[in-house]
Design a protein around this ligand. Structure first.
Ligand code: TYM
Length: 344
């Protein structure tokens, strides 16, 4: 069965959005708007799998929405909303809790990292998180999912869940006239030179919202001075930049900065090295500061402007949620029929 092509992705409203979120995900969201119908979601239900102060969660939800808009997502042509306003996510997640196997979830590396040593004390939601993520995507029967490298394993699980649902309920799916499969196999879109942006302090660690050092990341709301300081202080090695990509292999910090430059300039690492091969880091960092300030400065400014108008942001989310709900409800009616729930 041919599925209508549709893009879905989500970002958690937990703490500061950073350059990794921007280059790994949000720039892709923006680019895909030209060729697909897109649904972009602020996943507040995922956020509460670890404790969030209620007032801060509201603010963070509006801030991520502001970032989507400031980066160039068009909420009229596409859909921008927050997850908790569309009940289909939670409903489908329950069905998927009954489709996914414990063994599948036990393999999820992100749960192991986030739960840490005190696994007994992690929330059940944190454990079942990948099932909700599969529901996010599949409640819209989305076919393409732009994400950073760290979400790859979760996307594979979503595909397994879709396939098992299609198999387990195959007869009912056919009987209801949905052909061979009801859910598509969502394709991850993980491309370009910055699918895994690393910490500016340690080339072996991912850039993340939860790193205690603010110098490890560039936040989308950082001003020009902060961006410049963080890049100038970024860890490097004493060698000049190589002229070929192969020369970056044993040098994670250099590789990271070159990848960031390439992604911001919308080019490849090879092109950046053609330009900067043989240069010292001091010169390269200067050019990177100029580029980063040029690209990120206006976004931070626009975000600050938008968050000052929460009523406007809430109206965007309400409008997006209403339109998302129409699609999700249609899927849920079919899912209920397929599973055998009596419905109105
Ligand atoms: P989250 O909120 O942690 O991150 C949002 C997006 O940013 C990407 N990302 C990175 N990319 C490159 N380098 C980095 N250092 C980096 N850090 C984060 C993430 O890969 C992600 O694309 N589980 C998801 C949210 C989610 C979702 C979904 C995504 C919920 N439901 C359905 C896609 C489809 C998450 O926690 O992303």
């Amino acid at each position: 069965m041919a599925f209508k092509e549709r893009v879905f992705s989500g970002v958690q409203p937990t703490g500061n959005l950073h350059l990794g979120n921007y280059l790994g995900a949000i720039t892709k969201f923006v680019a895909l708007q030209d060729n697909y119908d897109c649904i972009y979601c602020v996943v507040d239900m995922h956020a509460i799998t670890v404790w969030q102060e209620p007032g801060e969660l509201k603010h963070a939800t509006r801030e991520v929405t502001a970032a989507f808009l400031a980066c160039g997502i068009d909420p009229k042509k596409h859909i921008v909303f927050n997850q908790s306003q569309v009940s289909g996510h939670a409903e489908l997640a329950w069905v998927f809790n009954c489709v996914a196997r414990l063994g599948w979830l036990n393999r999820m590396t992100q749960f192991k990292e986030k739960a840490g040593k005190d696994r007994e004390n992690a929330s059940v939601g944190l454990y079942a998180y990948p099932n909700l993520m599969a529901a996010d995507i599949l409640v819209y029967r989305a076919t393409h999912v732009p994400v950073g490298e760290d979400q790859k394993q979760h996307l594979e699980l979503s595909r397994d869940i879709a396939q098992k649902f299609n198999n387990d309920y195959g007869a009912a799916i056919q009987a209801h006239g949905y052909g061979e499969g009801f859910f598509p196999q969502p394709e991850p879109i993980i491309q370009g030179p910055a699918t895994r942006v690393m910490s500016l302090r340690d080339g072996a660690k991912k850039m993340s919202k939860s790193d205690p050092s603010d110098y490890s990341r560039i936040n989308l709301t950082d001003d020009a001075d902060a961006i410049a300081q963080k890049i100038r202080k970024a860890k490097t090695d004493p060698e000049a930049l190589p002229s070929e990509e192969k020369g970056l292999e044993p040098r994670p910090e250099a590789d990271n900065l070159v990848g960031i430059y390439a992604a911001l300039a919308n080019t490849t690492k090879a092109d950046v090295l053609t330009q900067f091969g043989g240069a010292q880091f001091s010169a390269f960092k200067g050019a990177l500061v100029d580029l980063a300030v040029d690209k990120l400065g206006p976004i931070g400014g626009e975000m600050q402007r938008l968050v000052k108008d929460p009523a406007y942001i809430d109206s965007v989310l309400a409008d997006g949620s209403a339109r998302a709900e129409v699609i999700a409800d249609e899927t849920m009616r079919a899912v209920k029929d397929i599973v055998g729930f009596v419905r109105r």
